[in-house]
Write a protein that binds this ligand. Sequence first.
Ligand SMILES: [Zn+2]
Length: 92
Amino acid sequence: MPKGSYRTKWCPGDPDVGPHSYMGEARWIARKALGKSLPKGAIVHHIDGNPANNRNDNLLVCNRSYHLLLHQRHLRFNWPPLDPVTGEVKFD
Ligand SMILES: [Zn+2]
């Protein structure tokens, strides 16, 4: 697996995943920490910008608008890293 990429878990029959049966590892860990399903529309943000770092203390559960705000603020400091080719945010 390339460094810095999202990890997923195979969760067949899990009520929180769709028919594809895969859940992002970050969501899986956040759900475990919460002890319940994530709220509808919740996004799991990686505080250090590394989507492969799914430690509890690197994950922040937030809604879409707060997530956007977080990224807008970080972009002022050139974070998260931008793809040098496309100039787009590399990950969530
Ligand atoms: Zn994010």
